[in-house]
Design a protein around this ligand. Sequence first.
Ligand SMILES: [Zn+2]
Length: 224
Amino acid sequence: MFLHHRPSPGSGDIPQSVTVGDTTLRVLFLEKRVRNINLRLVGDELRVSAPRGVPPGRVSRAIVEAAASLLRRRAGRQGRGKHFASGPGALLEEARRVAARFPDPPEVEGVEYTDRQVACWGTYSRATRRIRLAAVVGHMPAWVREAVLAHELTHTVHFDHGPEFRALLQRVCPDTLRAREFLRGVQWATDALRDPGSGAGELLLRRASGERPTDPSWPEAFPG
Ligand SMILES: [Zn+2]
């Protein structure tokens, strides 16, 4: 499926914009070979394509119907994004569940998120028996968060990251290497965004804005 930014012969009859509540969306008609009327919300642009021969009146009705539901769905997603996937109460339970996997389960007095911690994903204080996690870990998949908790709890037994540390961590958290690669990817993207000269940060921001390649020779998507 390829995008062409040529106006369709009938696009003059399709509204240029649609307003729902206090939000106005620009309507961009894309001539695209499709089987059904397709509507996609990208920023404040509603991208529409329709099979040849569909009357403009039907496309217009579909635009009006879809605009409201697409905006509602987006509001729902953003609402969820503001909350931690794992709030502070659930986090303590998570940490205790992970602690219970240890041959000699360490005590966890408390776990908290902090956004002041930028250099590492988590810390454990032997003095207070408290774990602190970088706030962003609260938004990551549960298996990654568990691996960070397992790492910190393993420090209750071993100070360093030597072979004994690694063996125990692997035992209590079989996903530990996968989580490490996940976090390396996050770190890579973070570094790229911090360094505007690298070019990668700029490309990531363009991806985040929803831009898609318009060159028909590009494969549709990877991974599919
Ligand atoms: Zn460590």
